[in-house]
Design a binder for this molecule. Structure first.
Ligand SMILES: Cc1cc2nc3c(=O)[nH]c(=O)nc-3n(C[C@H](O)[C@H](O)[C@H](O)COP(=O)(O)O)c2cc1C
Length: 334
């Protein structure tokens, strides 16, 4: 049973990557994807420079904020703040395995504490009207991924979470770096398919190892939605066919080049406000694929874009190195 289209295609929360500039750029490539912020901890939201940490441009909608924490009261307070900022969804991180996160007793180690996750979800739900969702793993360490995911699902469902996003691999809390934890534990997409089959009333989103939109479309016959991480960030040209291929609506731009040109007015506004050019331009590096000039584009941006006086002209010059004749929308299917 397909529940709704809100999570049909999501771009994963990624620290250092899916900042507000990245999200604005991704929104130029797809109007329909649901975007996620980087994880932000409750401590940062409560005590940090809020506008800088969680501010965003209205053009990014629909956009979800991902919170890291495990204290129901702090999470409820942060959820309220995020709702006031205008976010469309609050997502709780139950998947990050970094040491820093483990010290704070949140992220993936919460896989071992489904009741606490339920209490966090319930507290956030009581505090806001927007939807509350959870992103988790299959399990951690020696946990049985059948029992661990079932227990987490029961807890978040009982607490009224709208959606469960599952990164379809376990995390090892000791001995693997966060990066290794995204690569070494084997993927088990079938486990997430079974979860959906067992919970037709729960919106289930599959994450992990989705390399292209064809694979995404295949998963969508088993689950309600897919979440793409690294492939979306490193090869953003793929995003230009999300709307036509997965939603049956036109792509926002006829070519990747046109989308990049549309990023320039945003860059100009941001630079006037003190943002460095490369803080934005770095997200565009992978935009061209299999077109003449793609490598020259990347090189020009990476070399000239980091200079202190770099501005949108560097992007214009880089774009001039890319062939006009091949259109990314057409080549993306290849
Ligand atoms: C650089 C980077 C940072 C990440 N940061 C977060 C994060 O803040 N919160 C989170 O839930 N997952 C984070 N992840 C994990 C992704 O959201 C996703 O679960 C993982 O990359 C698997 O999806 P993929 O195979 O499509 O990349 C991060 C991944 C990467 C590559």
């Amino acid at each position: 049973m397909k529940l709704n289209q809100k999570h049909r295609f999501c771009i994963a929360p990624m620290m250092e990557w899916t900042d507000r500039h990245c999200r604005f750029f991704h929104r130029l490539l797809t109007r329909r994807a649901l975007l996620y912020t980087e994880m932000v901890t409750t401590g940062a939201v409560l005590r940090g420079d809020r506008a800088r940490l969680i501010g965003f441009d209205p053009f990014e909608h629909p956009v979800a904020i991902q919170l890291g924490g495990s204290d129901p009261r702090a999470l409820a307070e942060c959820a309220r703040i995020a709702e006031d900022f205008g976010y469309d969804e609050i997502n709780l991180n139950v998947g990050c395995p970094s040491d820093r996160v483990q010290e704070g007793r949140f992220g993936a180690c919460l896989m071992a504490e489904p009741e606490l996750v339920g209490a966090c979800v319930a507290a956030m739900r009581a505090a806001v009207r927007i939807r509350v969702t959870v992103k988790c793993r299959l399990g951690v360490d020696e946990q049985d991924p059948e029992a661990a995911l079932d227990a987490m699902t029961d807890a978040v469902k009982a607490a009224g979470a709208a959606t469960l996003i599952v990164h379809a691999r376990k995390a090892w809390l000791k001995g693997l770096s966060p990066r290794e934890n995204r690569e070494i534990p084997p993927l088990d997409h079938a486990r997430v398919y079974r979860l959906k089959a067992a919970h037709p009333d729960l919106d289930v989103v599959l994450n992990g190892g989705i390399a292209n939109l064809e694979a995404a479309a295949g998963h969508l016959s088993h689950v309600d939605g897919v979440m793409m991480g690294r492939a979306a960030y490193q090869e953003p040209w793929r995003l230009l066919t999300v709307d036509p291929d997965l939603f049956g609506t036109p792509a926002p731009f006829a070519s990747a080049k046109a989308a990049a040109e549309a990023f320039i007015p945003y860059m100009e506004r941001e630079i006037a406000g003190g943002t460095r050019f490369y803080a934005m331009a770095r997200h565009v590096l992978g935009l061209f694929h299999a077109v003449p000039g793609a490598r020259a584009f990347r090189r020009h941006l990476a070399v000239e874009g980091v200079k202190p006086d770099a501005g949108p002209d560097v992007l214009r010059q880089a774009l001039a190195r890319v062939s006009e004749s091949l259109d990314t929308v057409q080549t993306a299917a290849a």
